[in-house]
Design a protein around this ligand. Structure first.
Ligand code: BGC
Length: 383
């Protein structure tokens, strides 16, 4: 065979030579570059043992101080020997949180775990950390920054869907013809989670609204998840609708407890389907007395463990793909943040003991101060 005047064997030899030369040029262009090799940048967080943990609030949910703080303080050093945790809580103030982060960076904290007060404003924390080559793990609430290292949370749309679906499955026990009003007391507007919970809840409830099976009469985000504000909201809705409310979608247990106080004042507790989230001891007590229908268990132990393992992997420079399993979460700018997302569980009086078995609350805390006559308390459970 003759091609371009070369015989078969000569052609293949020439072709090989040409390809080799091309490959060498190609490789050369990678290696030679423009001459000066940039100084190697230390992988962010490598070798770090000073971990800053910044949580957002104490008053909006018992979880932050009662579960997340002690778990992270215990699990981070347990997974990374020699690690110390520098803890701060911003008490609902985004400016305070920024100052706390700056102070952590000044002290030399080299990995930050941040549950933001404000999902957008906290991008500044990530920017300041990045300037010092400090990676940030967004904890529970997503920070809207494309520079995040990781995000650890639950599937938060699923959380809202569990709440909404519970209403869809149980509203018939609470509504009668002509009395089918529902209020929605949503979470804090600056918390990305509040929007995800809402999205999930609406996905289950909208068909019932469309069919006029349920009538939505009130629907508000509660600034800063403030529990007393939730009580005012419920007071207002009850007075506006002359107590004709059958269902209260409430985004978490803390606000549900306030909504129940409002219902108690009208002797309506137990007669209105109230939802919640976090499976707190107080939330479970409200379920056992029959004042709250359900809550969502988010096993904080899993969330804190996932975080502690990522901290250890960042510090040790080990592969994190077995922790994230390829999961990512998109920020509003479209960045895909490698994520660890745990699965939430629906809880009501039929399976409340699972929360105790999982170690999210203790039996002692659930039983403390709970009347022995509580409607759904199994006989002898708190003996
Ligand atoms: C968390 C909830 C918590 C709420 C108020 C949300 O971001 O996911 O667990 O109840 O904030 O603190």
């Amino acid at each position: 065979m003759k091609l371009f005047g070369l015989t078969g064997r000569k052609f293949s030899l020439t072709a090989c030579f040409l390809m080799l030369s091309l490959l060498m040029v190609a490789c050369g262009s990678v290696n030679t570059g423009t001459g000066s090799t940039p100084a190697p940048v230390a992988a962010a967080g490598k070798g770090c043992t000073k971990i800053g943990v910044l949580l957002p609030e104490t008053a909006t949910s018992a979880r932050w101080d009662g579960s997340d703080k002690p778990l992270l303080e215990r699990l981070i050093p347990q997974n990374l020997s020699g690690a110390t945790v520098d803890y701060s809580n911003a008490e609902g103030n985004a400016d305070t949180q920024l100052t706390q982060a700056e102070s952590d960076l000044t002290k030399g904290d080299c990995i930050l775990v941040v549950a933001p007060v404000d999902s957008v404003a906290s991008a500044q924390i990530v920017a300041k950390a990045k300037a010092q080559n400090v990676p940030v793990i967004s904890y529970d609430r997503l920070i809207q920054s494309s520079d995040l290292a990781y995000y650890v949370s639950f599937d938060n749309v699923a959380v809202g869907k569990i709440q909404g679906q519970y209403i869809a499955d149980h509203y018939k026990d609470f509504v009668t013809t002509g009395h089918n009003n529902i209020v929605m007391v949503n979470g804090g507007d600056t918390d990305n989670n509040a929007h995800l919970f809402y999205q999930g809840a609406i996905s289950a409830l909208q068909p019932l609204y469309d069919a006029k099976t349920l009538t939505k009469v009130y629907d508000k985000f509660t600034p800063g998840w403030d529990n007393p504000t939730a009580q005012n909201e419920m007071d207002g809705a009850l007075s506006q609708y002359k107590n004709d409310i059958q269902i209260a979608y409430v985004a978490n247990d803390g606000m549900a407890n306030s909504v129940i106080a409002s219902l108690k004042a009208q002797k309506l507790n137990g007669k209105v389907l109230v939802t919640g989230q976090d499976a707190t001891a107080a939330g479970l007590q409200n379920i056992l007395t029959g004042d709250q229908a359900m809550t969502v268990e988010k096993n904080f132990l899993l969330e804190a463990t996932g975080t502690a393992k990522l901290v250890a992997a960042i510090s040790q420079g080990t592969d994190t793909s077995s922790l994230t399993n390829g999961a990512t979460t998109a920020t509003t700018s479209g960045a895909k943040i490698p994520s660890v997302l745990e699965v939430p569980v629906a809880i009501d009086h039929t399976n409340f003991q699972q929360v105790i078995t999982d170690g999210v609350v203790t039996k002692a805390d659930v039983c403390k101060g709970l009347p022995k006559t509580a409607k759904y308390l199994p006989a002898g459970f708190c003996a």
